[in-house]
Ligand binder design. Structure first.
Ligand SMILES: [Zn+2]
Ligand SMILES: [Zn+2]
Ligand SMILES: [Zn+2]
Length: 737
């Protein structure tokens, strides 16, 4: 990898870029000794050490290291990595330990970013160090040097001989991106780099784009004009195909023309290929991707290129939000309602909510794009905190799909599908079109049961029945990953065991048989692997007749123009889940899945199977009227004081022994008792699934009408956690499991 040249500080081997000024005394590289140090004034540094400590620690150094720079420091009898966060004077400099080494030539982030990390840690109730740890890629945490690749070269020398060299000469009169040199002739370019005919240069950043965008619809032009240059959050509401991406692209172009950086958040990179591809095509060489599937080296390099302001556009998943961007001018959160923006383990931050906070602090626009806005976002719109831009036209589509509810009561089913649904599937395939069958349950079947004595397997570590998987053949607990063999006979009465209910594996097997010779592709976590569902969906782009069976992974991803029928196998499970967000997320998923049926001239059809045709959610869902459903749900939330009209925090605790977590949360509830007049304390109670992965889980729910009261209650000193007890605060919890 080509890198910028570095020099070293003669005193401490602090890596210095040749761009930064060298110290005037150059005594050569030598070991740092106390004698040398005494000649210079010592400066105390506050270091946020990556170790479970409550506060930053003070260390001294012989020169001022800027805030945002990583350092290596002694900690007890070992060494740790930390980041300089301040320079408060220290009364007893001699008592301080010295910084071992300064790891960055230039600070990785500025004071605004450090403030944000502190704020987020405080808001989500974790240590600042834990939030910082989340923000840094693995290599950043382990103290690896940040080596930035050279992104562009400039010609240095005379007019060359030879056609290829002359082409390179013409291209590199001003800085030429490496991607472009590669397109001309990379082997020759590398020789020229070695000889010094091409010298490193900064990547040219301007708004010249590789392709001209399409002519804008009036609604798009209006949205762009209103959003650009504003300093508020925006809901950009529009269904798939309404042109949200073009609005993002045009806003990004405007930001780039002001020399600003752009952050685009997506729920999953593999499932948003169209958005990613269009950004790359429009802004070649300017885009960096950050997501968890990247190798450590690529992730650290990409993070660094954005943090040092070398690349203007960052597209990434949740944690990309925490990348420092010194010239950030626009944030886009695509599919803002997606639950993956909330981190499920500590620190439990919500990337969309934090994006809004960043936008407010930097006074820049934040665009929340979706067809099915979260109830939080709708409430913020109603309160006047967010502004609204709407795209109502769907390009090239005649009309919304025809929807139909199938009442399953007293119908006989074939592996979960009614005759009506099976006929529709067969007809669609015969017409040469594609079918999507949606079932949000992976595995072969949910239950294995002895019809004689009622025996069924249980997970040894959880209060849950393991899911039956056929390939590989085993009983698999989806809550703790425990796996066990699948007994062929009942262990108590030796009768044959029945497999009850449907999972995606069973549907796939059944349909492959009944719909032969048409191919059936299953898309769920078991078949998609770490790379996501993108590759599997890619197959279906051949537009040949086939059946896609899968979980909500199918809701996103490639546009499939020949897909005309969607069958929802079983919506009842979520309809009656105890979770307060169940209807909201069911509607969002179903609207998204239903939106996949029909494109252009081929009308779409959606069949939904249910045992509960009278549920009040159906009329709006069948009409595709998400906003009416949201209004219905918001009324329920208002009446019960639930988010977005109430503010919620959840204390979670767990312990291997029963009763201990519950007793500890009881002690916390008692400490908070003085706040009972402003904050509702619900529980403590065992979690809905109390025993999970061998631990007993309990929770205490705090609900307040205003955020201030909730914060006051949470500021109450609480008893320390007993040993072996894990506890954590979940601010604005997404679910209560
Ligand atoms: Zn130094
Ligand atoms: Zn039995
Ligand atoms: Zn389990």
């Amino acid at each position: 990898m080509d890198t910028f040249l570095h020099g070293y500080c003669p005193r401490c081997f602090h890596v210095m870029s040749l761009l930064s000024p060298m110290p005037s005394t150059t005594s050569g590289r030598g070991f740092y000794t106390p004698n040398q140090a005494s000649a210079t004034a010592l400066i105390s540094h506050q270091i946020l050490v990556l170790a479970p400590l409550p506060e930053p620690l003070d260390y001294r150094h012989h020169e001022r290291v800027a805030a945002g720079t990583r350092v290596r420091v002694p900690l007890g009898n070992r060494h740790a990595i930390g980041v300089v966060v301040g320079h408060a004077p220290h009364p007893d400099m001699d008592a301080l330990k010295a910084i071992d080494a300064v790891l960055d030539a230039l600070p990785l982030a500025d004071a605004r970013w450090l403030d944000l990390i502190r704020w987020a840690a405080q808001y989500y109730g974790c240590r600042t160090e834990a939030m910082l740890r989340t923000a840094l890629p693995n290599w950043g945490r382990s103290g690896r040097e940040l080596q930035l690749p050279v992104l562009a070269y400039r010609w240095n020398g005379d007019y060359p001989r030879g056609e290829q060299r002359q082409k390179l000469f013409d291209a590199s009169q001003t800085a030429c991106p490496v991607e472009q040199l590669k397109a001309i002739n990379w082997p020759i370019a590398r020789t020229l780099i070695k000889n010094g005919n091409l010298e490193p240069a900064e990547l040219p950043q301007d708004d010249t784009v590789a392709e001209v965008g399409p002519t804008l619809m009036p609604e798009q032009a209006d949205a762009i004009a209103r959003i650009d240059g504003s300093n508020t959050p925006w809901l950009l509401e529009g269904i798939t195909g309404s042109g949200k991406t073009e609005v993002y692209l045009q806003l990004a172009k405007l930001a780039l023309s002001r020399h600003q950086q752009v952050l685009v958040l997506v729920p999953e990179i593999g499932l948003t290929p169209q958005l990613v591809n269009r950004f790359e095509a429009r802004f070649p060489g300017q885009v960096i991707h950050l997501h968890s599937a990247l190798a450590d080296g690529a992730r650290w390099s990409g993070w660094g290129q954005v943090a040092m302001g070398k690349r203007p556009i960052l597209i990434g998943t949740r944690s990309a939000l925490l990348t420092p961007m010194p010239r950030l001018g626009l944030i886009v959160v695509d599919e803002e309602h997606d639950p993956s923006y909330k981190q499920a383990e500590a620190p439990r931050y919500h990337a969309r909510d934090l994006a809004v906070v960043i936008g407010h602090r930097l006074k820049i626009p934040v665009v929340l794009g979706t067809a099915t806005p979260s109830l939080e976002t709708i409430a913020n719109l109603d309160r006047g905190r967010f502004q609204h831009a709407q795209l109502t036209r769907r390009a090239g589509v005649a009309k919304p799909p025809a929807t139909e509810l199938i009442d399953l009561r007293s119908l006989s089913l074939h592996d979960g599908l009614s005759d009506h649904a099976l006929t529709a599937v067969a007809d669609t395939l015969q017409r040469g079109e594609q079918v999507l069958i949606f079932l949000n349950r992976r595995g072969f079947a949910p239950v294995l049961l002895c019809h004689q004595c009622g025996w069924h397997p249980e997970c040894p570590a959880c209060d849950a029945k393991p899911t039956v998987h056929r390939e590989p053949r085993r009983l698999w607990c989806h809550h703790c990953d425990h796996q066990a063999p699948w007994p062929s006979r009942c262990p108590t009465c030796a009768q044959r065991l029945d497999v009850i209910g449907q999972g995606t594996q069973r549907l796939e097997e059944s349909l492959a048989h009944s719909m032969a010779p048409f191919p059936v592709t299953r898309i769920d976590r078991d078949t998609a692997g770490a790379g996501g569902a993108g590759k599997l969906l890619e197959q279906a782009r051949d537009n040949l007749p086939r059946v896609l069976v899968g979980t909500q992974m199918l809701a996103k991803g490639h546009d499939l123009p020949n897909l005309t029928l969607v069958v929802v196998v079983d919506a009842d499970q979520q309809l009656f889940s105890g979770d307060f967000r169940a209807i909201e997320s069911l509607s969002q998923t179903l609207i998204q899945v239903m939106g996949r049926a029909g494109r252009a001239e081929k009308p779409g059809r959606v069949l939904i199977q249910t045992h509960e045709p009278e549920h009040p959610a159906w009329p709006h869902l069948l009409a595709g009227n998400y906003r009416a459903l949201a209004t219905q749900e918001l009324e329920i939330r208002t009446r019960s004081g639930l988010p977005p009209y109430g503010h919620m925090a959840l204390w979670r605790a767990r312990n291997p022994d029963p009763g201990i977590a519950l007793a500890h949360l009881n002690a916390i509830a008692q400490a908070m008792a003085p706040h009972r007049h402003t904050v509702k304390l619900l529980g403590p109670s065992p979690a809905p699934m109390e025993r999970r992965a061998g631990q007993y889980h309990a929770q205490l729910l705090l609900l307040a009408a205003d955020r201030k009261s909730l914060r006051a209650a949470l500021a109450t000193p609480i008893p320390p956690a007993p040993s072996r007890l894990w506890r954590g605060l979940d601010m604005d919890p997404h679910d209560l499991f």
